[in-house]
Structure formats: structure tokens, C-alpha cells
Design a protein. Structure first.
Length: 145
């Protein structure tokens, strides 16, 4: 009788120990980073690299892909139309012969040059800072047609 009680008590104790153990390990293991090692889980957010730690030459600079030149129409509609569409600040209007004729006489190269530097209320590059000279030229040809 006494012996049976001891067995029962031991079983209860084991059950308790085992039960609480799984209970706590379940608590600890919640989360989606189960697959991480302990070291990974407790590592600091940032990492410090000292000169020479990493081979910087191995890091490739983002390659500027040879972007296809945008059309004169594309440049005009994104960068120039705001002023040249309606003649804001006295800008020569799109396709307006009277506005453009005296300017065209000076030649396209001169117009491109002025468009690059800007003049009076005409901002440098017509505010299109990533426009190539050729794209500006195309935009001018488009709006002087
Ligand atoms: C903020 C308004 C504005 C924007 C944007 C603008 N322009 Fe102009 N542009 C002007 C004004 C104003 C003039 C007239 C300047 C003058 O003769 O006093 C002008 C004049 C010009 C001229 C004639 C310059 C000359 O020598 O007579 C060209 C060419 C020109 N713009 C090209 C462009 C192109 C190309 C774009 C777009 C990439 C552009 N502009 C965007 C305001 C603008």
C-alpha cells in the first residue's frame, strides 16, 4: 500500500516536471524565428565593419544601365509642358510659330545651349536635371514643330 503510493507520487511528480518543461519550452519557442540559432537570435541589430574587414572592391557599384534616350515628346510632357504649354512667364508656346520663329533662326544648337544654361525665367535644363543634351534637343525639336 505504502509502496504503491510512492509509485503514484513519483508518476505525478514526473508528469508535473515533464508537463511544466514542455510548457516553458513552448513559451520560449514561440515565434517565427524558430529556425535561427541562439547566437543568431541574440545578435545585435547593427554590425560594425572596420576598414579591411570586408573586401569593398567585391561590392559592385550599381551598374547604370544604358538607358534608352527618351523621346522629345516624353521629355516635353514631363518637364517642359508646364511652362511651354500655355506660355507661363512668357515661355514660347508649344508649336507656336510666332513665338518660335525668331528663335529657330538662331539655330537648334544655340537653343539647346540656352536650354542647358537657362535664360531669364527659363530654368537650366528646363528643370529636367537628368535630361541628356540630346534629350533636351529632342524636346525642343518636338515643341518647335
Ligand atoms: C519654369 C518654366 C519653364 C520650364 C519648366 C521650361 N521652360 Fe523653357 N522657357 C521658359 C521661359 C519663361 C522661356 C523664355 C525665356 C526668355 O526668352 O526670356 C523659355 C525659353 C525656352 C527656350 C528658348 C530659349 C531662347 O534662347 O530663346 C528653349 C529652347 C526652352 N525654353 C526649352 C525648354 C525645354 C526643352 C524645357 C523642358 C525640358 C523647358 N524649356 C522647360 C520657361 C520654362
Amino acid at each position: 500500500m505504502h509502496f504503491k503510493h510512492s509509485i503514484a507520487a513519483i508518476i505525478v511528480i514526473f508528469a508535473l516536471i515533464f508537463g511544466t518543461k514542455t510548457f516553458f519550452s513552448d513559451l520560449i519557442h514561440v515565434g517565427s524565428d524558430d529556425h535561427l540559432t541562439l547566437a543568431e537570435r541574440i545578435q545585435p541589430f547593427g554590425q560594425v565593419y572596420l576598414e579591411g574587414d570586408i573586401d569593398v572592391t567585391a561590392i559592385k557599384a550599381p551598374v547604370k544601365t544604358a538607358t534608352k534616350a527618351r523621346s522629345g515628346e516624353q521629355i516635353y510632357t514631363t518637364a517642359c509642358t508646364s511652362c511651354h504649354g500655355t506660355g507661363v512667364l512668357g515661355a514660347p508656346k508649344f508649336g507656336n510659330k510666332t513665338d518660335w520663329a525668331p528663335r529657330i533662326k538662331r539655330g537648334i544648337d544655340d537653343l539647346v545651349k540656352v536650354a542647358i544654361t537657362g535664360v531669364r525665367s527659363m530654368p537650366p535644363r528646363g528643370t529636367c536635371m537628368d535630361c541628356s543634351d540630346d534629350e533636351l534637343k529632342a524636346a525642343i525639336e518636338y515643341m518647335t514643330k
